[in-house]
Design a protein around this ligand. Sequence first.
Ligand SMILES: [Zn+2]
Length: 161
Amino acid sequence: MAIFICAQCGHTEETPDEFIGKKARCLSCQTMGTIQPKPPEPQPQIPEPLGKETNTSLPPQDFIETETPVTKTPTTALKTQSLSLVLVILVSSILVVQLLSILLNASTTPQWEYKIVSPKDSVLTDELNELGTQGWEVVTARRASGYNDSFSYEMILKRPR
Ligand SMILES: [Zn+2]
């Protein structure tokens, strides 16, 4: 459609397209004007695209809204993954340290073998030297009375197993 828009009074009159560019007289105020291609046609089309744009811009917003959680979930998933990784590393390192300490304690904790001897005073030094070469060490020594009122050193010895 074509339209005549009066520059004087603003009166509009729709005309067929064949009158586009032709002079016409305003039906309201008799002012001469030119018939133009109808602008309101694109104008309704603009609101329609605008409506479509808002409609199409809403889905992107929805898409963005759905996208932001999607982008958030990977980051949180990454964070939880890294956190779980750190936890796993911590727990495994603690376990390794505990295992190592248990092994070290087992290997370093001395297991002693004990022995009680009461050598006669006459052979005391030789006996102690002999026991020392066998790995025995005196823990305690006390003067003790034996039968026949004889006295001798009663000694507790130890050596690693
Ligand atoms: Zn007019």
